[in-house]
Design a protein around this ligand. Structure first.
Ligand code: PEP
Ligand code: MG
Length: 538
């Protein structure tokens, strides 16, 4: 059977289909008749969770030592806490509800209680309670905890995937993503592109867990239980793809230069340390966008300065002197982490996000800046700031940066020469680009957000895919204006949004005078190929 969706990234994948189970979103309230039996179900699931945790504790103790194993002990203690257990069993009995619902509700209650406490350590325990509750719920439901079961790589089918879920997946086990919802500019789609795997969204698949599937990422097609002919046809296409890739790889080591001699930098976008290998494999000249917020997603608490320092240092060292542009925390909108305690907003894309949070919570910002500056000593690091709308914001940022540098100087901690840039992703920043250029070393145009804000089109809304068009002349004019104003103020200008990889526009960008394109690692060589076939003298 063939199903049609929308392509996010091309390529062919063949393999077993697996449905992604969200751990906590499938819990429904069900009225039960026998509270005793339901209480027994809960007790059995709790015992199973305790024994799983004992197993995890012993494994961690063997492999990563006492300190890291402690977390599983703490989770066991929570499952033995009488207050927590009584709250769950009382709810089952007094409201005649299913055990899953009682665990989810009381898990939420207790997590909220901890989250509101006046103590960092206690607040961090809120995420542990949710984790423990999710473990019990998945045992009750008989499904694996959110993630991939088994060792074989799979084609992952999901209703939707939040960025926080995507980052937690074992990437070596995902051949392809197929989701029912989502939009081509969502961060899950962007992650699929970064991973360079075929991906489809907006595809209403049936229950097909365990069946064989083929994903044609070029056409946005999923075939379930393919015939032998289909299998051999797509294996042939896979082989052709591999050949095309091999030909592109012949461009490794070649310059990004047009036929008439104009050069441009082609860098790559990454979401984490794990993506650097493919940056090097595709011969990118640097990293034009390190989406640092992914370090903050899929974890239970703020990553420490040390954790961040290690990540940035590893990337800088692996890139061995090539430019690495780290974008500071761009959390909010579709990228959420519980421990930030962000309020629910009517219009999250227009809300409390990115640099707004960093300027409002300077301690979070300073920790990140210290980590980046410390890492800058080990490579060629630049920093850029997201969602800028005004010169005042940049001045406030620079004050904080100066404070961080002074602190490091005081502690005799060395750091490198760090270029500072801003993302141009709001129409306000475009309009102020001449003044902003005087403040910074470079601009990087975020066409994903710039398109959404210019055209007043939520990038997450699949209904607006047709009109959320980065080719709109308004967006192209903004890009041209930004380049002109950037250069007038002495700043170099790049594009790091998805539009940068659109080879139908490469010539246009070159004619506008763009200095850099930063694209998914898997697109670097096809953009190089486009550049090498352009003749600007004609
Ligand atoms: C952009 O908005 O174009 C961009 C590169 O940032 P992000 O997609 O992470 O919002
Ligand atoms: Mg953006």
């Amino acid at each position: 059977m063939e199903y049609q969706g929308k392509s996010v990234f091309g390529g062919i994948a063949i393999g077993p289909l697996q449905e992604y189970h969200k751990s906590d979103s499938l819990v429904k309230r069900v009225k039960i008749d026998n509270a005793d039996a339901e209480t027994d179900r809960f007790t059995a699931a709790r015992d199973e969770a305790l024994s799983q945790l004992q197993g995890l504790h012993d494994k961690a103790l063997r492999e990563v030592g006492e300190a890291n194993a402690e977390i599983f002990e703490a989770h066991q203690l929570m499952l033995q806490d009488e207050g927590f257990i009584d709250a769950i069993t009382n709810m089952i009995r007094s409201q005649n509800v299913n055990a899953e619902f009682a665990v989810a509700s009381q898990g939420d209650n207790f997590a909220r209680m901890f989250a509101d406490m006046d103590d960092d350590y206690m607040r961090a325990r809120a995420a542990d309670i949710k984790d423990v509750s999710n473990r019990v719920i998945s045992i009750l439901q008989g499904v694996p905890q959110g993630g991939i079961s088994g060792d074989e790589p799979v084609i992952l089918l999901a209703d939707d995937l939040a960025p926080s879920e995507t980052v937690q997946l074992d990437k070596s086990k995902v051949l392809s993503f197929v989701t029912r919802h989502g939009s081509t500019n969502s961060h899950t789609a962007i992650l699929a592109r970064t991973m360079g795997i075929p991906a489809i969204i907006g595809l209403d698949y049936p229950n097909a867990d365990g069946h064989t599937g083929i994903v044609d990422g070029y056409k946005g097609i999923l075939i379930i239980d393919p015939t032998d002919e289909e299998l051999s046809l797509y294996r042939k296409k896979q082989a052709e793809d591999a050949e095309k890739k091999r030909l592109l790889l012949e461009l490794k080591g070649k310059e990004n230069v047009t036929l008439d001699g104009r050069k441009i930098n082609i860098f790559a976008n990454i979401g984490g340390v794990g993506d650097v290998a493919s940056v090097l494999a595709n011969d990118a000249g640097g990293i034009g966008l390190f989406r640092s917020e992914f370090l903050y997603l899929g974890v239970d608490d703020y990553p420490s300065e040390e954790t961040q320092f290690m990540a940035y240092k590893t990337v800088a060292e692996t890139m061995a002197g090539k430019k690495v542009i780290i974008r500071t925390l761009d959390i909010g909108a579709d990228k959420k982490a519980d421990y930030f305690h962000l309020d629910k907003e009517e219009n999250p894309a227009l809300g409390y996000r990115a640099i707004r949070i960093c300027l409002d919570r300077p301690e979070v910002f300073r920790t990140q800046l210290r980590a980046i500056y410390r890492a800058s000593y080990y490579g060629n690091i630049s920093i850029m700031f997201p969602m800028i709308i005004s010169v005042d914001e940049v001045k406030s940022i620079k004050k904080i940066v100066d404070g961080v540098k002074a602190e490091l100087d005081g502690q005799k901690i060395p750091y490198g020469d760090v270029e500072l840039g801003i993302m141009i992703e709001t129409p306000a920043a475009v309009m102020m680009s001449r003044e902003l250029a005087d403040e910074v070393d470079f601009f990087s145009i975020g066409t994903n957000d710039l398109t959404q804000y210019t055209l007043a089109c939520d990038r997450q809304n699949p209904k607006l895919e047709g009109i959320n068009d980065p080719h709109h002349p308004a967006v192209l004019r903004e890009i041209e204006m930004t380049i002109k104003n950037g250069h007038a103020g002495g700043a170099w200008v790049g594009i790091c949004g998805e539009l940068g990889a659109d080879t139908s526009l490469t010539e246009t960008f070159l004619r506008m005078g763009l200095d850099e394109l930063s694209v998914s690692p898997g697109r670097v060589l096809s953009v190089r190929n486009a550049v090498r076939n352009i003749d600007l003298s004609k």
